[in-house]
Design a protein around this ligand. Sequence first.
Ligand SMILES: Nc1ncnc2c1ncn2[C@@H]1O[C@H](COP(=O)(O)OP(=O)(O)OP(=O)(O)O)[C@@H](O)[C@H]1O
Ligand SMILES: [Mg+2]
Length: 514
Amino acid sequence: MPIRVLPSALIDQIAAGEVIERAASVVKELTENALDAGATRIEIDIEAGGLQLIRVRDDGRGIARAELSLAVERHATSKIATLEDLAAVMSLGFRGEALPSIGSIARLRIVTRAAGEEQGCELNVEGGRAGVPRPAAHPPGTTVEVRDLFYNVPARRKFVRTAATEFGHIARLVERLALAAPAVTFRLRHNERLILELPGASDERSLAARIGRVVGPDFLPRAVAIEEHGGLSLRGWLGLPTASRAGTDLQYWFVNGRSVRDRLLGNAVRLGYRDVLYHGRHPAYILELRIDPQLVDVNAHPAKLELRFRDSRAVHDYVFRAVERALAGTRPSESVPAAAALTFTAAGRSAAATQPLWVDAPAVNDVNRQLQWLRGAADTAVLAEAAAEGERPLGTALGQLHGLYIVAQNSTGLVIVDMHAAHERVLYEQFKLQYEGAAPAMQRLLEPLAVHCQAAEVELLLEHEADFSRLGFELAQLAPDKLALRAVPALLAGTKEPRIVLELDYWALLPRRP
Ligand SMILES: Nc1ncnc2c1ncn2[C@@H]1O[C@H](COP(=O)(O)OP(=O)(O)OP(=O)(O)O)[C@@H](O)[C@H]1O
Ligand SMILES: [Mg+2]
């Protein structure tokens, strides 16, 4: 085929592929437009998971009659005019791409009335072709209707899941947006059934009610508030370890009012939790970062979900330290028994811990030996406080449960220790001491272990060789994609698993590779 310029409708469809992945993407774009227009009330009606109908109605500024045709043209926006504007953008939209993209893959109808205009007007777009604006009745504000999503893009339709699944995505999205804009009233209906009604929050109490409605009533009572101001500001709630989860579903990040899923920010929080969360558990949190818009590029992802910070290291460290500080204040004190750090990890680990306890065959000698090495941890951070009070934090052993748990009693009650978790914890604390101390205890391997990894990983490992050797690992390069592990930390003596160096949580510390 000869080279040719594509017809503009096809160009729009291709662009739409980037922006509109599913029905929820349409809801996101329309709702963000409503928020940018200063709406105080947004009503969202969905039919058949959004495939039949998506209607978003707002009471915002509206679109002037003279500008309505422009609103559905590509690269037409009222939100930025120059490169400087883009660099400091605070609105959710700025590309002038959403409406034309939607108009190219669905039947689009906009009815609007701008503040100050006497009459509203209406515009239809079909197959990427816009009609002419006509007078229509509408209160101040805008209604955008999107029907028959993907009707002319069969390839996309194939990827559409059931209406229930698609609606699930929409509901989660609206919840996120509602947390990002707590003062705005949201109402969401599916097939004419009211699903979500969130009145605008005007004070702490109504805000707490909204949060409870979105993430469940258990979150706030088990969270600490965080509030830090400086060059940046960070506000929100950090779930206590007892509120940790098996997945990352209760993690909300907002940056300058925009809901994002940014890896750098996620990693920074995870790192802040590293001392209080058992491996495999995920923190629950709602966090908002305010930052000078000049220091963050929001034009880095087609759906604007990821960001690029000008100084990503500084942002990472700021968030990490703030989270760590906020959580440090929640360390076991009067309300939490001293062994909580161990018991909460046990609770998260297995249902067995919550089932009736039977102490069978006490095997006292064994238990005492177990307790001895556990007490080795008594001078580490977790257990130090209780020890200072003159009591062994784990008290007296009563017995052992299925070889998995130690059951003991101390003055505050029953203590159940997950032996595996405790062992990991002890190792971890020892590693930390060793990392901070002078010479790590190394175990030289008689025969080096070969570690096969990606070339990029090899590069990264070697780049951070000094850190690894402080932990007790000795590495050497054998080939572009192969390393030799010559020594391992004495604490891990006997390891036969060379890939351990790739599994260290240490990676969370490193800035994301491009
Ligand atoms: N609900 C609304 N209320 C008022 N004006 C609106 C509304 N929706 C769209 N507009 C106007 O239409 C223009 C085009 O909207 P569109 O969503 O296509 O682009 P954008 O929001 O500027 O950028 P982006 O593509 O990043 O969303 C907007 O700049 C805005 O002026
Ligand atoms: Mg927009």
